[in-house]
Design a protein around this ligand. Sequence first.
Ligand code: WTA
Length: 656
Amino acid sequence: MSQPTIESILQEKRLFPPSPEFSQNAHIKSQEDYQKLYDTAKADPEAFWAELAEKELHWFQKWDTVLDWQPPFGKWFVGGKINISYNCLDRHLTTWRKNKAALIWEGEPGDSRTLTYAQLHREVCQFANVLKELGVVKGDRVGIYMPMIPEAAIAMLACARIGAPHTVVFGGFSSEALRDRLIDGQVKLVVTADGGWRKDAIVPLKEQVDKALADNSAPTVTDVLVVKRTGQNIEMEVGRDHWWHELQHTVSADCPAEPMDSEDMLFILYTSGSTGKPKGVVHTTGGYNLYTHITTKWIFDLQDTDVYWCTADVGWITGHSYIVYGPLSNGATTLMYEGAPRASNPGCFWDVIEKYGVTIFYTAPTAIRAFIKMGEAIPNTRNMSSLRLLGTVGEPINPEAWMWYHRVIGGERCPIVDTWWQTETGGIMITPLPGAIPTKPGSATRPFPGIIADIVDLDGNPVGDNSGGYLVVKHPWPSMLRTVYGDSDRFRRTYWEHIPPKDGQYLYFAGDGARRDEDGYFWVMGRVDDVISVAGHRLGTMEIESALVSHPAVAEAAVVGKPDEVKGEEVYAFVTLEGSYTPSKELEKELKDHVVKEIGAIARPGEIRFTDGMPKTRSGKIMRRLLRSLAAGEEVKGDTSTLEDRTVLDKLRGGA
Ligand code: WTA
C-alpha cells in the first residue's frame, strides 16, 4: 500500500449553493438544519438511528437493542423483526400509492413497461411462490444473473420476501466469473434470461449460465429460471431449467412477507479486493433497509412527484441500494433502463429523460466524460427541463466534467450530489444534502448525519486540514457490511487491521485516499490499494494477473491502472512469457481475449507490454509504483534503490 500523494491536490474554489426555491422545498433546508442533524447524531448515534427506524419503517416486532458492537462485528436493531420487501411494497398498498408507478422500465429496442405498486407486489408474490415451489427456503442463496429488466428487481424482492439471500452477478461477467461466485455462495437456484439487449447486440446470458454449470461444476445449483427476453434459441435442460413465464402463472399471488430477524442476511454481493478472489460482502436486513431508505430520501430529496433514474446496473451495489431498495422503500417511482449509449443512438439517455420527464438523474463520472466526448449538441437537442437534481457515483469526478454536467445537463439550475460510498458501506456516506450544502466541483462534501468520517495516517492519527491520508469511519453505521461471506478473517484483515484501533476505537478502513479542506469538505483521491477503477467498475489487479497467468504462455504478470480520459483508468498489463513463447500481436490479442473469457469484457487489458523481467525489490515484491509511472508514460521518480536489478527498469524505460 502506498501513502496517497498529496501533490494532486486540486485548488477548486468555486462554490455552488442551492437556489432558495430548491432549499425551501427540500427535506433538509439549510446548512444549520444539516449541522443540527449531524451534531445530534454524533452526540448519540444510537438514539438518532432508533428514532428514524421507528418513524420511517414498518417492524413486525420492535428491537431490544439498537446496536450490539463487538468490534469489528456490528449488529443493528437486535431482536427486531422486519421484511424489506414488505417495506418496499405492502405498506404502500394501503395508501394512495397503491396505483402509483413503482417501476418504469425502458428496453433498449424501445419497448417499455410500467408497474404500479400493486402490480409489482403481485409479481413479487407470485415469483416468491415459484421459488418456494422449487424448494427454496429461508436461508438458501439464489443467484441472479440478469439483464436490466423488471424481473431482476422482482427476483430480488421475491428473495427478500421469503428470506432467501440473493447474490446478483453483473451480466457482463463471464461464465468463469459467474461460476466462481455460484460456488463461493453455495447458490441453490439461478435466475437468468435468455439474453439481454446491450449496444444493439444480444448478451447471451443463458448460454453463459450453461457454461458455468457444465460438468456439474457448481454442484449446489439445482434449478435455473429463465426469463424470455430476447427470444433467440437457447438450450433448456429438462428437470433443471424452467421458463419464468410458464411457472409464474401456476402459483397463487398470495405470499405474505416472512418476518425476518433484523440481522438475517439480505444479500451477498461480490466485489474485487486487493488480493485473491472476489470478496462476498454480506449485508443484513434491518440496518440496510433503514440506511438505504433515509439516504435516498434526504440525498435525492425524494418528493412524490419525482421520476427518479439511476443508470447503474442491478449487478452493482448502486443498483441494489438506489434502483431497488432505497427508492421503493420510499414509495418513489424508480426508472430502469436496459440499454447503453451506442453508435445507433448516442443520445438515448436524454431521450429517456425527455420521454418520462425524469426529475432526478444519478450516473457515473465515466459516463459523463463519454458524453463530453460525444459533444453537447446531442443533449442540447432534447428537452431536459424536467430535471431538478443530478448525482454522480463511482469515482472522483474531475471539476471540468462536473462543470459540464452542471451546465449542459443541469441547465445550471440543478444541484449535483457527488456521493462517495462503497459496496461495503451499503449506502452513501459522504455527500451533499442538496438543499442544505453548497457544492464544490470535485468534492463529495460532508458526511451524512450519523457518519463519523475522518482522515488519518497509518497509526490512526488525524492528519489535519488539507493533508492527504486514509479515509476511515469511526463509528459503526446501520448498513455496514457484516462480514466477508465464509471468511471473517479476511473481513478483519481487510477493513480493520491496516490501521490499528486508536484509543480503543475501531476505524473502518475504506481503502481510499482523501483530504479534508478548511471548510470540512472531503476530497476523495482514489484507491490506495491494488484496486483499479475502469469506467467506475472495481477490478482487483490480482484477479486480472491470475487470469493472465492461467494462460500457458504467461510466466508472470503485473497489472496496473493507466490513466484514461473517459474510463478513468484502463487495464495495463506487464507480462513475462514462458521461455518457449515470443511476443507477437497475435499473442497479445489472445491474452486479452483470455482475460475476457476468465473475468469479462470489463477487465480486457487496453495494452499488454511484454517484458523480460519485472522491477522487483530484493524481497521479490513487484514495484507497482514504477510500473504505474511507466504505464502512464511518466518519468519514474522516487526511490529506486530497493530495486534488485536496475537493468530491468532501464530496459522498460527504453521501450525495449
Ligand atoms: C470509489 C460504488 C470518489 C472509491 C458505490 C470507492 C468514489 C469505490 C466515489 C467503491 C465518489 C465511489 N468519489 N470516489 N463519489 N464513489 N468511489 O464498491 O474508490 O463499486 O472506494 O461502490 O469507488 O466502489 P464500489
